[in-house]
Design a protein around this ligand. Structure first.
Ligand SMILES: Nc1ncnc2c1ncn2[C@@H]1O[C@H](COP(=O)(O)OP(=O)(O)OP(=O)(O)O)[C@@H](O)[C@H]1O
Ligand SMILES: [Mg+2]
Length: 289
């Protein structure tokens, strides 16, 4: 469970970021303790990616500050953030599909022996490690020399997360890790997020999908056009309330009544516009947005 007594792993205090006249983030605060999953929700353009890029050393905040384990930090590069244990797994994953599972796992950090020209990668050891690390998360890669392109999307996400954990991440930032995945594959990733949490890592989980976020999250921060709509503990907010807030309650109500209208027309005239339940259609629209 979350250890809230010590300093937070990451404490974001009133961060703002401007791109010319665009206010990408305005006074956003967020906190994540060891063993917590902090979920960042928001529609397209809400500022989610900008916020995580600020946490991972890609952007510098224009206002506010970031504390890691109680200490203010000023990252110049993503390497600086990584050195402080903040690992970000981007949606496009930066993997090489034609290279082996092992090579992707180590990505230039393969265990080696010898020095200089005599240096050799300990390929047997690397293969065993990659295989074992994947096994720990329940993915049986029988042959770690097989190309990453042969893994499923969910397994690739898990490989990227396993790699970050193996190299000492304390905070995992996952940008839309389940958005391109089907239910079963998303389940594999979500189970792994729960495992990382149980091991005491802090996880910042970015998603559009309330259904994926809700089961694993401890807390939600809702972004809307660069501003925070608030932070909510899971015990204080239901899945439906989160959904409503994501869609902007009014918009969702309007969408639902429009869809009901379609369905009435459909039943009356048999135009075949929609076979969906109005509620399900609205939810599908929210998920797809
Ligand atoms: N490098 C940049 N230069 C100028 N404007 C930018 C830049 N990066 C982001 N923005 C703007 O900042 C706002 C927030 O963008 P951001 O990518 O953070 O949104 P997001 O919540 O990640 O959206 P999505 O769900 O579509 O990924 C948008 O209006 C975007 O156009
Ligand atoms: Mg984004």
């Amino acid at each position: 469970m979350a250890a809230k007594d010590g300093p937070a792993l990451i404490d974001v205090q009133s961060i703002s970021k401007f791109f010319g006249s665009v206010i990408a983030l305005k006074e956003i605060s967020m906190i994540c303790h060891p063993g917590e999953v902090m979920c960042l929700l928001g529609d397209n353009g809400a500022g989610k990616s900008t916020l995580i890029k600020t946490l991972s050393g890609v952007h510098k905040p224009d206002e506010g500050r970031i504390l890691i384990e109680g200490e203010p930090v000023d990252f110049d590069t993503p390497r600086d953030a990584l050195d402080r244990g903040i690992a970000t797994v981007y949606q496009d994953l930066a993997m090489v599909p034609l290279m082996s599972v092992t090579r992707n796992f180590f990505m230039g950090r393969e265990p080696a022996e010898g020095r200089g020209l005599l240096q050799r990668i300990r390929i047997g050891h690397a293969n065993t490690t990659a295989r074992e690390e994947m096994k720990k998360i329940g993915i049986d890669v029988r042959d770690p020399t097989q190309a990453v392109g042969t893994l499923s999307g969910g397994e690739r996400q898990c490989l990227a997360i396993a790699r970050a954990v193996y190299f000492g991440a304390k905070v995992l930032i996952l940008d839309e890790p389940t958005s391109a995945l089907g239910v079963k594959q998303a389940g594999v990733v979500l189970r792994y997020v729960a495992q990382a949490k149980a091991r005491g890592l802090g996880v910042i989980f970015i998603t559009h999908n309330v259904h994926h976020a809700y089961p694993v999250a401890d807390r939600f921060t809702m972004l809307n056009r660069g501003r925070s709509l608030g932070t909510f503990e899971k015990k204080d907010i239901s899945r439906e309330e989160v959904l409503g807030m994501m869609a902007g309650g009014k918009d969702l109500d309007q969408l639902t009544s429009e869809l009901e209208e379609f369905q009435r027309a459909d039943t009356a005239g048999g135009t075949g516009v929609s076979q969906l339940e109005p509620g399900a259609a609205a939810e599908a629209a929210v998920r797809a947005s």
